[in-house]
Design a protein around this ligand. Structure first.
Ligand SMILES: [Zn+2]
Length: 270
């Protein structure tokens, strides 16, 4: 019979935790040569709190680059808006130039018609030329209205371009400030994370070796919530009610994992 089988036989009371192979009674510790005392609830609570603080610092470290990335997208969006307005302005100017050219061409034509009118040799010719002049003058009046409208639109669009330029500048300034702030916080946050990692490693020393693999898996899966306090007989992570037997085992210092995978501990008040 190997040690594991002996341990399983001797620690038969730990059936609830058998899913994780947890046998944290004295027999097991004796059999596998782990003579450390079972960690106190307070030690587990401290470990849980340290995990929480480490997670908060890691989150703060990860948040910086995400904020910078989001602001970069804002800058790109503002730049695209500016470019769209510049294109619109360019198009409005082209349209106004075309109308102006048309107006000048028509004016030259009218001047030419007037010269011919002065030389008209018959009433019939005079009437035809007068009619053409009238029609061209009317067309120019429409063109002048269109040019005026185009110039008004150009004014509006120029104001929009200016506004968009200011928005791009503001977004770029915000990006620069954010980047500087994030960069400035990295050394301090990194130092805090390293210090907390050490504190966590130190606090983990209370865990018997036998539960370390399951504990590591829980940390891998749940991060800072690898541990869960038991309050009112319930796992505070999954809110499952624990059996009286498990509560008794926890009170007696046994290490148990909840069916949700968290390492359970009783707060001092429980
Ligand atoms: Zn649970």
């Amino acid at each position: 019979m190997n040690v594991r089988k002996m341990a399983r036989g001797a620690g038969g009371g730990a059936t609830g935790a058998s899913r994780f192979g947890i046998l944290a009674d004295r027999t097991r510790r004796f059999l596998i040569g782990d003579h450390r005392m079972a960690p106190s609830s307070q030690a587990l609570k401290t470990l849980h709190e340290l995990h929480g603080r480490l997670q908060a610092v890691q989150d703060a470290l990860a948040r910086g680059p995400r904020q910078i990335q989001a602001q970069k997208l804002t800058v790109e969006k503002r730049q695209a808006e500016l470019e769209a307005r510049r294109q619109k302005l360019k198009q409005l100017k082209i349209t106004a130039d075309q109308r102006n050219l048309q107006l000048k061409t028509n004016e030259a034509k009218i001047a030419d018609l007037r010269a011919k009118l002065n030389l008209a040799s018959s009433n019939r010719e005079y009437e035809i030329l007068s009619g053409q002049i009238e029609a061209d003058t009317m067309a120019n009046s429409v063109l002048e209205d269109e040019i005026l409208e185009a110039l008004t639109k150009i004014d509006q669009c120029q104001a929009e371009v200016k506004q968009a330029e200011q928005e791009v500048a503001a977004a770029e300034a915000e990006l620069a400030k954010l980047t500087a702030d994030v960069q400035a916080r990295i050394p301090e946050l990194t130092a805090q994370a390293r210090a907390l990692e050490q504190e966590v490693a130190e606090a983990e020393k209370v865990l018997p070796e036998s539960i370390v693999p399951n504990y590591r898996r829980a940390v891998q899966a749940f991060g800072a919530s690898a541990l869960a306090a038991v309050e009112h007989g319930t796992c505070t992570s999954c809110h499952m009610q624990l059996t009286m037997q498990k509560i008794v085992e926890l009170r007696s210092g046994k290490l148990l994992f909840c069916s949700c995978g968290r390492l359970l501990y009783l707060p001092e008040t429980a």
